[in-house]
Design a protein around this ligand. Sequence first.
Ligand SMILES: NC(=O)c1ccc[n+]([C@@H]2O[C@H](COP(=O)([O-])OP(=O)(O)OC[C@H]3O[C@@H](n4cnc5c(N)ncnc54)[C@H](OP(=O)(O)O)[C@@H]3O)[C@@H](O)[C@H]2O)c1
Length: 245
Amino acid sequence: MAERAAIVTGASSGIGLAIAQMLGEQGYGLTVAARRPEKLEAAAKTLTDQGFDVLSIPADLGEEEAIAGVVKSHEERFGRLDVLVNNAGVGFGELADNFTTKKIDLQLNLNLRAIFLFYRECMPMLRKSAEEHKGTLVVNTASISGIRGEGLLGIYSATKAGVNGFTQAMNKELGPAGIRNTALCPGFVDTPMTDPFAEYVSKDTMMRPEDISAAVRFLLEVSPACMVPEIRFEQPGGISIPGIN
Ligand SMILES: NC(=O)c1ccc[n+]([C@@H]2O[C@H](COP(=O)([O-])OP(=O)(O)OC[C@H]3O[C@@H](n4cnc5c(N)ncnc54)[C@H](OP(=O)(O)O)[C@@H]3O)[C@@H](O)[C@H]2O)c1
């Protein structure tokens, strides 16, 4: 049994898979969760093939019961939680004139509400881990859109600003107990999520998912006396898309 264990949501591709890969290399037992079963299974296989201890759970994390189920299954398998990575997210481009209620709800439920519920469900394990070694970490994937809102991405930007605010609040509330919380705020990263932007921004110029996982590795390396509330990742020179940023 691994001495440390982590949950990574949205781990079937992109940033989440890169973070899961890094945590596996660091010896963490891994619960990986994402929406589409076949895609998640393929990702989990790349992790288990490297000898990592992996539990994969396909789940729609917009659903409260699914979140409780992921955390329960993780606890049954690993018995502890040292790192929680709230990374699953979706973004839909819509003008304010045409906001659709379904897409508003999808973004609120996954990008924001799911994070609140993961915290609640994980608190007993996180507190226990912090009592044991004070190296406990929660990483919430926000976005540069949550720092400076982007046109066409109003709802997405609002959810990610919410992730930043919530992460700050959690540091106030849980920091004294030894649970540190970091919001990751990337600009464009080369993942399936940014495929629709490829005609405006060359994929070659985007950051790599491994740039983000390297930052999480850094968070694991700093001492318990060092709390990093937020990390911004930006392209040199910036990227400008008319109407968006
Ligand atoms: N790429 C960027 O430029 C960028 C920049 C800033 C922030 N972010 C944030 O980074 C995070 C990861 O995105 P990514 O860029 O790595 O994109 P990605 O490769 O598309 O990954 C998104 C992950 O979330 C999962 N997911 C989506 N809906 C879900 C649901 N309802 N329930 C459970 N899992 C669900 C996906 O699984 P399925 O594929 O099966 O749906 C996938 O594993 C997101 O929070 C995103 O907002 C990305």
